[in-house]
Design a protein around this ligand. Structure first.
Ligand code: CAA
Length: 415
């Protein structure tokens, strides 16, 4: 059944992050960089740090479980796992989530990558699937861990989080509008070769590439009949660091011939940056956490047009809008989001550096991770090149019994 004008978009949106954080004030104490450079210069106050038993799968499963608990999985037909922190070159990370949550076998699972743009591609593909059959639902999981080398300029822009978006017909939160504007250009601004665990980046070039892509995506959006900027309530930008959103908005306003002071820009974007300034960069999840922050703030009125600018280095960018659905405030998860941010335990600079240096064995040997996460899913270890996940808490799963592969416990000694 084709949708024939039925609105399609984001029905539910939530995120989870790691259980540890490093405050930028603590980082500044040891790097000698003025704290103000972190707080004001890049707009970051803290960043999420994964515990040894947390990764993109455990964060994504945690976020997805909340969505599946509220809506069930009966109409779910597709799970798209968007990440640039893949744990396997072949197997989709979403398959571990499928197993941990006990999702039904009639859910197809794939993984999608294009740096921080991946989740936006996933959202558009999901929207198209639901337009084709409005009875189907699609779960988009965006999960990433931003890691740069210690003592590099990128270090204060690390972070981690996973967002879960349920895409359906007649959504409760945001209808995804057409048209959207696209801009693709091959550029080496930020990348991570398969043999590296930390990203390579040309910082200045990446900022310029982001702004250049914004110009291109916005021009394409307007050329295709998109809404003029003054009619867009708020724009959510991809936030590798929250000051980047300010730079982007300044750039966009200049492009359309509007002048605004930095205080006005900061005030306009404040509802979109409140979570990311404490989580850090979560790559492809970042934009959707900015959207969650905006909706949780309750500032858009029913029917408002909200802009989304997605940028993935390398590079692909898209400018799209959504229409806020009437009554959206009744479907938010602000309390859980604030708890996810606030409940993280602060680690010292020394502990952070120790965690940063940890890697899992690559020789097939058995290794058990320390049990640290209070979350419902943990990476218990690795054995014979197989990652071992377990359900440790009151996992909010769907209404099916667990499959045989759902929980694989290890008895290997604790690291
Ligand atoms: N008080 C207040 N502000 C201060 C300050 C102080 N004491 N000292 C410096 N600053 C300001 C600077 O003036 C500067 O502001 P402007 O950008 O407005 O000029 C800001 O702090 C940053 O300082 P630097 O210019 O010295 O920059 P840096 O060498 O520290 O590097 C960075 C900044 C390039 C963002 C670096 O952190 C980096 O490489 N990060 C990773 C790459 C990245 O995030 N790129 C973003 C675009 S790419 C993308 O979006 C995809 C993605 O997710 C990676």
């Amino acid at each position: 059944m084709h949708s024939d004008g039925v609105p399609v978009g984001i029905h539910d949106l939530t995120f989870r992050t790691t259980s540890l954080q490093l405050a930028h004030a603590e980082l500044a104490r040891h790097t000698g960089v003025p704290t103000a450079k972190y707080h004001r210069g890049i707009g970051q106050r803290a960043m999420s740090i994964p515990a040894p038993d947390e990764d993109v799968i455990t964060m994504a499963a945690h976020a997805a479980a909340a969505v599946v608990e509220r809506h069930g999985a009966d109409r779910l037909r597709t799970l798209i796992f968007a990440t640039e922190t893949a744990v396997d070159q072949a197997k989709a990370g979403g398959l571990y989530v499928h197993s941990l949550l006990g999702l039904p076998p009639h859910v197809r699972v794939v993984e999608l990558k294009q740096a921080c743009y991946g989740a936006t591609a996933a959202l558009q593909f999901a929207t198209a699937l639901v337009h084709r059959d409005p009875d189907e639902q699609v779960l988009v999981l965006a999960s990433d861990i931003a890691r740069y080398d210690l003592d590099s300029p990128g270090e204060p822009t690390q972070g981690a989080a996973a967002a879960a978006l349920l895409v359906t017909a007649r959504p409760a939160l945001l209808e995804i509008d057409t048209p959207s504007g696209l801009f693709t250009r091959e550029v080496m601004d930020f990348w991570r070769p398969n043999y590296r665990t930390t990203a390579l980046v040309d910082g200045r070039a990446s900022v310029d590439a982001y702004l250049h892509a914004l110009t291109g995506a916005w021009s394409d959006y307007r050329a295709r009949g998109g809404t003029p900027l003054p009619k867009i309530h708020t724009v959510c930008y991809h936030q590798p660091f929250t000051r980047m959103a300010h730079k982007a908005h300044h750039h966009l306003l200049r492009q359309v011939g509007v002048s605004a002071g930095s205080q006005d820009i900061a005030a306009a974007l404040a509802p979109t940056t409140s979570y990311n300034e404490l989580l850090g960069n979560s790559y492809t999840a970042s934009l959707y956490i900015a959207l969650a922050a905006l909706l949780d703030s309750g500032t858009p009125h029913d029917g408002a047009t909200v802009g989304l600018f997605s940028y993935g280095s390398g590079s692909v960018a898209e400018f799209l809008t959504g229409t806020v659905r009437p009554g959206y405030r009744d479907h938010l998860r602000a309390e859980a989001h604030r708890a996810a941010v606030a409940d993280r335990r602060s680690v010292s600079y020394g502990a952070y550096r120790d965690l940063h240096g940890r890697t899992l064995p690559t020789d097939g040997s058995r290794h058990a991770t320390a049990a640290v996460t209070p979350g419902p899913y943990r990476l218990a270890g690795i054995d014979g090149h197989r990652r071992i996940y377990e359900v440790t808490g009151p996992a909010a799963g769907p209404r099916q019994p667990p499959t045989a592969s759902r929980t694989t416990r290890t008895s290997a000694p604790t690291a």
